[in-house]
Ligand binder design. Structure first.
Ligand SMILES: Nc1ncnc2c1ncn2[C@@H]1O[C@H](COP(=O)(O)OP(=O)(O)OP(=O)(O)O)[C@@H](O)[C@H]1O
Ligand SMILES: [Mg+2]
Length: 579
């Protein structure tokens, strides 16, 4: 990924879309620069005309000055408006591009990065880049142009004096450049640290109930405080460098002006320069000094923006989830096939979760996965959904390898209730509707009935319109699972996967729901993952997974007779229940 960033700046791709407007701004900047230097020229001539007491010339020049001012105002207005449009549009495009990457990138990219880090990239990094676009870039477009035009006019006025006053400029540029270099390093570090702080804050919000129960308030508060202190000390370092820039700016400002007054005054006395010429020179000096004065800030702003862009580029150069073109067929024999599958989250087969895993699930078969915690049951689901690709072997769904599937079509054909259920902070109605957004009101009610949540919803004062809170804290764990089941069965898929979908329910409620589901999902392929054996007794085939492979398979009775792993797990649970 890093290589990709260094060779191709994705941020530039986004900026490029609005380059035309920027081009117009650049042309208008040149026009404004011309008008400003012309104004100085007219002012010089008007002063000389006044000293020579030439009334006719004075009046003519006065009209000229007024015409330039009348032209300058609308041109500057249009330029500022277009620049604002360019900056705002580019930032909007950037935000759109980043959110697109977040939503459409493969799940492992999201899982690898902390949520708080993403948020800080979306907020503080973007505002740093925005700072560069809204001020520094505008100045960069104007000042070099007016500098060159002003320089030409200055040489034309008096080349000797131009040389003298410019002697000091290269030295000051060099000093400013050297001083601002460490700012970039500190800013990158500070931004990384802020990302870290945000991640901790995110943890605190998501885990507040665990924090309270385990009395971790102080620990997390300290962790948060330490992280903030670290970014504070980095911020202080960069502030120190920034204050060092101040005296440099003062020298840059005063030096050339004093030189102009000294040498220019002497030339006026020797009649080598008119008084108007000296006035023009002092004004031209402002034009020359302005970029010198703001240059350290521009360099500083550029360096900060460059550091922030590097972090944004990491997201922007992320590949979108790869998807094939297959949309599936109606005719197929096996719903799911795993052929010699090896899979590791870390891309390291030494640490493989699935090792030479083989499994075929027939169309319409009802199967269950059993195995100790962490043996890879949920991982199998992720592979079926094409969230991850195996390093070796092949996962086929409806006869087609997941790598060739159009992932949108694949996921449309599979309904899943995940182990970690997430309900959106929205109404219960909307949450169920997310299963199939085109579903009718009646279909949603029906799905709620089948998952045995309808009665509960109707007992709420606002019924289906009840708003779920953040983290769905206003419904119980079991109610949450039933809403999720309703959401999954609303979608009429070919394959249903229930990963610990009823674990929060009591045994009776669980058996009731399973019975209803079995009746309403007749003929469909159903994969159940459960820790409670009573809920899977009636499936066609139980697959026992151990150390990344299929250790045993068969019906409940077959497996009990075998007296292997299943028998051990089953009797252990039975004993527990009896105790
Ligand atoms: N996103 C991930 N990144 C890295 N490792 C992971 C990831 N998800 C799971 N693992 C690891 O893969 C292994 C299998 O996890 P998986 O979630 O498939 O187990 P499981 O059988 O579903 O367990 P449980 O019954 O507790 O739900 C575990 O050792 C886990 O640590
Ligand atoms: Mg699991």
């Amino acid at each position: 990924m890093n290589k990709e960033i260094s060779v191709y700046n994705k941020l530039y791709d986004v900026v490029r879309r609005n380059l035309f407007v920027l081009g117009v701004v650049a042309v208008l900047s040149i026009l404004v620069a011309f008008l400003n230097v012309y104004l100085i020229k007219f002012e010089k001539e008007i002063t000389d005309a006044a000293i020579l007491k030439n009334k006719g010339l004075f009046k003519g020049l006065l009209i000229g000055v007024l015409v330039i001012i009348c032209l300058k105002i609308p041109v500057e207005y249009i330029k500022a408006y277009l620049f604002g449009k360019f900056a705002e549009k580019t930032l909007m495009d950037l935000r759109i591009e980043i959110s697109k990457k977040l939503i459409f990138s493969p799940i492992n990219f999201i899982e690898k990065n902390a949520a708080g880090d993403f948020i800080s990239r979306l907020t503080s990094d973007i505002s740093i880049v925005a700072g560069f676009f809204t001020s520094a870039l505008d100045q960069l477009l104007y000042h070099p142009v007016v500098f060159i035009i002003g320089l030409i006019y200055a040489i034309h006025l008096n080349w000797k004096m131009t040389l003298i006053s410019f002697a000091i400029i290269p030295i000051t540029i060099l000093i400013a450049f050297i001083i601002s270099k460490p700012v970039e390093r500190f800013t990158k570090k500070q931004q990384d640290l802020y990302g870290n702080t945000n991640a901790i804050f995110q943890d605190i919000i998501s885990g507040i109930s665990v924090i309270k129960v385990f009395k971790l308030e102080r620990y997390f508060y300290k962790k948060f405080e330490n992280s903030l202190l670290k970014s504070f000390s980095e911020g202080l370092k960069s502030a120190k460098v920034e204050t060092l820039l101040e005296p440099v700016k003062t020298i840059i400002q005063l030096g050339p002006v004093l030189l102009v007054i000294l040498t220019g005054g002497a030339m006026v006395m020797k009649k080598q320069l008119t008084f108007g010429g000296l006035m023009a020179f002092i004004e031209l000096m402002n034009i020359f000094i302005a970029p010198m004065n703001i240059l350290p800030n521009i360099i500083n702003s550029y360096r900060k923006a460059a550091a922030a862009s590097k972090r944004l580029n990491e997201i922007l150069s992320q590949y979108l989830e790869e998807s094939g073109s297959e949309k599936g067929f109606d005719e197929y024999e096996y719903a799911v096939e795993f052929e010699d599958v090896w899979f590791s989250y870390e891309n390291d087969l030494e640490k493989a979760v699935l090792k030479n895993f083989n499994l075929k699930i027939k169309r319409g078969e009802k199967i269950a996965f059993v195995g100790s915690s962490g043996c890879g049951k949920s991982t199998i689901v992720k592979l079926i959904l094409g969230m991850y690709k195996p390093q070796k072997g092949c996962v086929k769904v409806f006869g087609i390898p997941t790598s060739r599937w159009n992932l949108y079509s694949l996921r449309e054909k599979i309904s899943v209730v995940n182990q970690d259920i997430y309900l959106f902070p929205d109404t219960i109605f909307e949450n169920i509707k997310y299963g199939r957004y085109s579903a009718t009101y009646e279909e949603i009610i029906e799905a709620a009935r089948k998952s045995e949540i309808h009665e509960f919803i109707m007992s709420l004062p606002r019924g289906f319109e009840t708003e779920l809170k953040e983290g769905s804290v206003n419904v119980s764990g079991g109610q949450r699972q039933r809403i999720a089941i309703a959401r999954a069965i609303l979608r009429s898929s070919d394959v249903y996967i229930f990963d610990e979908a009823t674990s929060a329910l009591d045994a009776d409620s669980e058996n009731n729901i399973l019975k209803t589901l079995n009746n309403s999902l007749k003929g469909k392929t159903i994969i159940t993952i459960a820790h409670r054996f009573s809920s899977i007794k009636n499936v066609d085939r139980i697959i026992v997974i151990d150390r990344g492979t299929v250790a045993e398979e068969g019906s409940h009775d077959d497996l009990l007779c075998k007296k292997g792993i299943y028998y051990q797990l089953y009797t252990a649970q039975l004993m527990n229940e009896l105790v």
